[in-house]
Design a protein around this ligand. Sequence first.
Ligand code: G3P
Ligand code: CA
Length: 239
Amino acid sequence: MKIYAHRGSSGTHPENTVAAFKEAASLQIHGVEFDVHMTKDEELVVVHDESINRTSNGQGFVKDMTLKELKEYDFGEWFTADFKGEKIPTLREVLYIFKDTHHHINIELKSDVFPYEGMEQKVIQMLGEYRLEDRVVISSFNHEMVQQVKKLAPHIETAILFMEVMIAPHEYAEIVGADALHAFFPTVLRPMGKEAVASGKQVRVFTVNDEQYADVLKEIGVHAIFTDFPKKMYNYLKK
Ligand code: G3P
Ligand code: CA
Protein backbone atom coordinates (compact mmCIF):
# COMPACT_ATOMS: atom_id res chain seq x y z
CA MET A 1 0.00 0.00 0.00
CA LYS A 2 1.49 3.30 -1.13
CA ILE A 3 1.67 6.49 0.90
CA TYR A 4 0.90 10.02 -0.31
CA ALA A 5 1.74 13.09 1.76
CA HIS A 6 -1.58 14.88 2.16
CA ARG A 7 -1.23 18.64 1.49
CA GLY A 8 2.51 17.92 1.83
CA SER A 9 3.61 16.69 5.22
CA SER A 10 0.74 18.65 6.73
CA GLY A 11 0.75 17.05 10.18
CA THR A 12 4.28 18.27 10.87
CA HIS A 13 4.42 21.43 8.73
CA PRO A 14 1.84 24.03 7.67
CA GLU A 15 -0.29 22.42 4.96
CA ASN A 16 0.30 23.26 1.29
CA THR A 17 3.47 25.27 1.91
CA VAL A 18 6.97 24.94 0.49
CA ALA A 19 8.10 23.69 3.93
CA ALA A 20 5.49 20.90 3.89
CA PHE A 21 6.41 19.93 0.32
CA LYS A 22 10.18 19.94 0.89
CA GLU A 23 9.66 17.62 3.83
CA ALA A 24 7.48 15.31 1.65
CA ALA A 25 10.04 15.44 -1.16
CA SER A 26 12.74 14.23 1.23
CA LEU A 27 10.79 11.07 2.15
CA GLN A 28 10.84 7.61 0.58
CA ILE A 29 7.08 7.68 0.14
CA HIS A 30 5.29 7.14 -3.15
CA GLY A 31 3.50 10.44 -3.69
CA VAL A 32 2.24 13.86 -2.70
CA GLU A 33 -1.18 15.47 -2.82
CA PHE A 34 -2.16 19.13 -2.86
CA ASP A 35 -5.02 21.49 -3.73
CA VAL A 36 -5.23 24.15 -6.42
CA HIS A 37 -7.33 27.31 -6.63
CA MET A 38 -7.22 30.24 -9.09
CA THR A 39 -6.58 33.88 -8.21
CA LYS A 40 -8.34 36.98 -9.53
CA ASP A 41 -5.53 37.41 -12.08
CA GLU A 42 -5.88 33.74 -13.09
CA GLU A 43 -2.73 32.42 -11.43
CA LEU A 44 -2.82 28.87 -10.04
CA VAL A 45 -2.05 28.69 -6.32
CA VAL A 46 -1.76 25.80 -3.88
CA VAL A 47 -4.12 26.19 -0.93
CA HIS A 48 -6.93 24.06 0.44
CA ASP A 49 -9.83 26.36 1.28
CA GLU A 50 -11.68 28.84 -0.93
CA SER A 51 -10.67 31.53 1.54
CA ILE A 52 -7.33 32.20 3.20
CA ASN A 53 -8.89 32.81 6.64
CA ARG A 54 -7.95 29.49 8.25
CA THR A 55 -4.37 29.10 7.03
CA SER A 56 -3.00 32.64 6.87
CA ASN A 57 -2.99 35.97 8.66
CA GLY A 58 -5.24 37.40 5.94
CA GLN A 59 -8.93 37.21 5.13
CA GLY A 60 -10.92 36.77 1.95
CA PHE A 61 -11.47 34.52 -1.02
CA VAL A 62 -8.57 33.46 -3.23
CA LYS A 63 -10.69 34.27 -6.30
CA ASP A 64 -10.96 37.92 -5.20
CA MET A 65 -7.22 38.52 -4.73
CA THR A 66 -4.31 38.81 -7.13
CA LEU A 67 -1.23 36.66 -6.66
CA LYS A 68 0.72 39.74 -5.56
CA GLU A 69 -1.87 40.47 -2.89
CA LEU A 70 -1.90 36.85 -1.69
CA LYS A 71 1.89 36.75 -1.46
CA GLU A 72 1.74 39.50 1.18
CA TYR A 73 0.20 37.15 3.75
CA ASP A 74 1.86 34.66 6.06
CA PHE A 75 0.78 31.02 5.61
CA GLY A 76 3.06 29.46 8.23
CA GLU A 77 2.68 31.20 11.54
CA TRP A 78 -0.85 29.89 12.21
CA PHE A 79 0.73 26.43 12.49
CA THR A 80 3.66 27.36 14.76
CA ALA A 81 5.92 30.41 15.07
CA ASP A 82 8.80 28.36 13.55
CA PHE A 83 7.11 28.60 10.16
CA LYS A 84 6.58 32.36 10.11
CA GLY A 85 7.37 33.68 6.66
CA GLU A 86 5.86 30.83 4.59
CA LYS A 87 4.05 32.29 1.57
CA ILE A 88 1.26 30.81 -0.50
CA PRO A 89 2.98 28.73 -3.21
CA THR A 90 2.02 28.83 -6.86
CA LEU A 91 1.42 25.54 -8.67
CA ARG A 92 4.59 26.28 -10.63
CA GLU A 93 6.64 26.57 -7.43
CA VAL A 94 5.32 23.26 -6.12
CA LEU A 95 5.89 21.41 -9.39
CA TYR A 96 9.44 22.75 -9.37
CA ILE A 97 10.07 21.05 -6.01
CA PHE A 98 8.96 17.67 -7.38
CA LYS A 99 10.17 17.92 -10.97
CA ASP A 100 13.24 15.73 -10.38
CA THR A 101 12.01 13.53 -7.52
CA HIS A 102 10.48 10.05 -7.80
CA HIS A 103 7.12 11.11 -6.36
CA HIS A 104 3.75 10.62 -7.99
CA ILE A 105 1.91 13.95 -7.89
CA ASN A 106 -1.81 14.24 -7.13
CA ILE A 107 -3.19 17.64 -8.11
CA GLU A 108 -6.65 18.21 -6.69
CA LEU A 109 -8.63 20.85 -8.57
CA LYS A 110 -10.62 22.67 -5.89
CA SER A 111 -13.66 24.00 -7.63
CA ASP A 112 -16.27 22.65 -5.23
CA VAL A 113 -17.72 26.09 -4.48
CA PHE A 114 -16.56 28.66 -7.05
CA PRO A 115 -16.19 27.88 -10.73
CA TYR A 116 -12.68 28.59 -12.08
CA GLU A 117 -13.14 28.88 -15.82
CA GLY A 118 -10.25 27.51 -17.86
CA MET A 119 -8.43 26.06 -14.86
CA GLU A 120 -8.16 22.57 -16.37
CA GLN A 121 -6.42 23.85 -19.51
CA LYS A 122 -3.98 25.95 -17.50
CA VAL A 123 -2.99 23.01 -15.30
CA ILE A 124 -2.55 20.70 -18.30
CA GLN A 125 -0.40 23.27 -20.09
CA MET A 126 1.88 23.68 -17.08
CA LEU A 127 2.28 19.91 -16.72
CA GLY A 128 3.37 19.83 -20.37
CA GLU A 129 5.97 22.53 -19.71
CA TYR A 130 7.42 20.50 -16.84
CA ARG A 131 7.03 17.20 -18.74
CA LEU A 132 5.15 15.79 -15.78
CA GLU A 133 2.10 14.41 -17.58
CA ASP A 134 3.19 10.82 -16.89
CA ARG A 135 3.77 11.38 -13.19
CA VAL A 136 0.50 13.02 -12.13
CA VAL A 137 -3.07 12.20 -11.34
CA ILE A 138 -5.59 15.03 -11.49
CA SER A 139 -8.53 14.63 -9.14
CA SER A 140 -11.56 16.64 -8.08
CA PHE A 141 -14.81 16.42 -6.15
CA ASN A 142 -16.14 18.40 -9.12
CA HIS A 143 -16.57 15.56 -11.59
CA GLU A 144 -17.33 17.89 -14.48
CA MET A 145 -13.76 19.09 -14.17
CA VAL A 146 -12.43 15.52 -14.14
CA GLN A 147 -14.41 14.85 -17.31
CA GLN A 148 -13.03 18.02 -18.91
CA VAL A 149 -9.42 17.06 -18.06
CA LYS A 150 -9.91 13.66 -19.68
CA LYS A 151 -11.39 15.30 -22.80
CA LEU A 152 -8.53 17.79 -23.10
CA ALA A 153 -5.72 15.39 -22.18
CA PRO A 154 -6.72 11.72 -22.44
CA HIS A 155 -3.14 10.65 -21.62
CA ILE A 156 -3.23 12.22 -18.14
CA GLU A 157 -4.44 10.04 -15.26
CA THR A 158 -7.64 11.29 -13.62
CA ALA A 159 -9.53 10.42 -10.46
CA ILE A 160 -12.95 11.14 -8.99
CA LEU A 161 -13.02 12.16 -5.36
CA PHE A 162 -16.02 11.15 -3.30
CA MET A 163 -17.22 11.25 0.29
CA GLU A 164 -20.29 8.97 0.20
CA VAL A 165 -20.85 5.28 -0.38
CA MET A 166 -21.57 4.83 -4.08
CA ILE A 167 -23.16 2.08 -6.11
CA ALA A 168 -20.63 0.67 -8.59
CA PRO A 169 -18.17 3.58 -8.33
CA HIS A 170 -15.91 2.06 -10.97
CA GLU A 171 -18.78 2.09 -13.48
CA TYR A 172 -19.55 5.70 -12.64
CA ALA A 173 -15.84 6.49 -13.04
CA GLU A 174 -16.01 5.11 -16.58
CA ILE A 175 -18.87 7.50 -17.40
CA VAL A 176 -16.89 10.46 -16.07
CA GLY A 177 -13.62 9.38 -17.70
CA ALA A 178 -11.80 8.80 -14.44
CA ASP A 179 -8.98 6.27 -14.24
CA ALA A 180 -8.85 6.06 -10.45
CA LEU A 181 -11.05 6.29 -7.36
CA HIS A 182 -10.10 8.57 -4.47
CA ALA A 183 -12.44 7.68 -1.63
CA PHE A 184 -13.18 8.91 1.88
CA PHE A 185 -11.92 6.04 4.04
CA PRO A 186 -15.21 4.81 5.68
CA THR A 187 -16.73 4.21 2.24
CA VAL A 188 -14.21 1.50 1.42
CA LEU A 189 -15.00 -0.36 4.63
CA ARG A 190 -18.36 -1.19 3.05
CA PRO A 191 -18.80 -3.93 0.37
CA MET A 192 -18.22 -1.16 -2.15
CA GLY A 193 -14.56 -1.10 -1.11
CA LYS A 194 -13.87 -4.67 -2.18
CA GLU A 195 -15.85 -4.12 -5.36
CA ALA A 196 -13.81 -1.02 -6.18
CA VAL A 197 -10.51 -2.82 -5.57
CA ALA A 198 -11.69 -5.81 -7.63
CA SER A 199 -12.52 -3.50 -10.54
CA GLY A 200 -8.80 -3.09 -11.22
CA LYS A 201 -8.88 0.69 -10.87
CA GLN A 202 -6.44 2.32 -8.48
CA VAL A 203 -8.23 2.96 -5.19
CA ARG A 204 -6.61 5.64 -3.02
CA VAL A 205 -8.12 6.57 0.32
CA PHE A 206 -8.13 9.81 2.36
CA THR A 207 -7.24 10.88 5.02
CA VAL A 208 -5.62 8.15 7.09
CA ASN A 209 -3.57 9.22 10.10
CA ASP A 210 -4.41 6.31 12.37
CA GLU A 211 -2.15 3.29 12.02
CA GLN A 212 -4.91 0.84 12.97
CA TYR A 213 -7.09 2.11 10.10
CA ALA A 214 -4.09 1.81 7.80
CA ASP A 215 -3.84 -1.88 8.72
CA VAL A 216 -7.53 -2.39 7.90
CA LEU A 217 -7.17 -0.65 4.55
CA LYS A 218 -4.09 -2.69 3.68
CA GLU A 219 -6.10 -5.82 4.38
CA ILE A 220 -8.84 -4.67 2.01
CA GLY A 221 -6.19 -4.13 -0.64
CA VAL A 222 -6.55 -0.43 -1.37
CA HIS A 223 -3.63 0.79 -3.43
CA ALA A 224 -2.72 3.92 -1.48
CA ILE A 225 -3.55 6.17 1.43
CA PHE A 226 -3.23 9.92 1.87
CA THR A 227 -1.85 10.85 5.26
CA ASP A 228 -0.88 14.04 7.10
CA PHE A 229 1.97 12.14 8.79
CA PRO A 230 3.80 10.47 5.90
CA LYS A 231 7.10 9.84 7.70
CA LYS A 232 5.43 8.21 10.70
CA MET A 233 3.11 6.14 8.49
CA TYR A 234 5.97 5.03 6.25
CA ASN A 235 7.98 3.84 9.24
CA TYR A 236 4.93 2.02 10.61
CA LEU A 237 3.96 0.27 7.37
CA LYS A 238 7.45 -0.83 6.38
CA LYS A 239 7.75 -2.86 9.58
O1 G3P B 1 -7.40 14.30 -2.25
C1 G3P B 1 -7.76 13.68 -1.07
C2 G3P B 1 -8.25 14.66 -0.05
O2 G3P B 1 -7.32 15.70 0.03
C3 G3P B 1 -9.60 15.23 -0.35
O3 G3P B 1 -10.12 16.01 0.69
O4 G3P B 1 -10.67 18.14 1.81
O5 G3P B 1 -8.47 17.08 2.21
O6 G3P B 1 -8.96 18.14 0.03
P1 G3P B 1 -9.53 17.39 1.20
CA1 CA C 1 -7.03 17.67 -1.14
